[in-house]
Design a protein around this ligand. Structure first.
Ligand code: HEC
Length: 131
């Protein structure tokens, strides 16, 4: 019985630990992506902008479902899960807008999409961090 409990609590712990990983993994991929996009715009390096956009898109996928986001909102902020989810959706849309504008060589519009992505990061962070 005791061993069973130990196994169970280990399993629970691993479950919580890997849920933690999803957020950290997602954020670190998106952070890398945003850095690449910024460097790409500053240095006029299209390849870097494109690879950054792909990273942000992939990272965002890991942290865009309501059930996942909900786990990371503080208790008193759980009611704001829709706002947080919308921030993730906005990032996904912005990546598309950015890529389409790059294809059209509309670089100012592409850079604006990047700014909007950054705002969306801040929108969700303002909820979890009580900014
Ligand atoms: C839907 C909500 C949400 C969105 C959107 C979001 N984040 Fe986060 N982010 C979090 C949460 C939750 C944390 C962990 C709590 C904290 O750091 O305050 C976090 C933390 C981070 C961290 C610190 C990671 C760590 O391990 O502590 C970085 C870096 C980060 N986010 C980058 C980004 C970037 C870049 C974007 C936009 C491209 C973004 N985030 C968008 C929810 C979000």
């Amino acid at each position: 019985m005791k061993l069973g409990r130990l196994v169970l609590s280990c399993a629970l712990f691993v479950g919580v630990a890997s849920a933690q990983d999803v957020m950290q993994k997602s954020m670190s991929i998106m952070e890398q992506g945003m850095t690449q996009i910024q460097q790409g715009f500053l240095n006029n390096n299209l390849k870097l902008i494109k690879s950054g956009a792909k990273l942000v898109k992939d990272g965002n996928k890991l942290f865009s479902e309501k059930e996942v986001i909900l786990q990371y909102l503080p208790k008193e902020k759980k009611h704001m899960v829709n706002v947080a989810e919308n921030a993730a959706k906005r990032i996904d849309l912005d990546v598309n807008v950015l890529e389409l504008n790059l294809d059209d060589k509309a670089y100012i519009n592409a850079a604006n999409a990047y700014s909007d992505m950054l705002n969306a990061c801040a929108r969700c962070h303002s909820i979890v961090r009580s900014w």
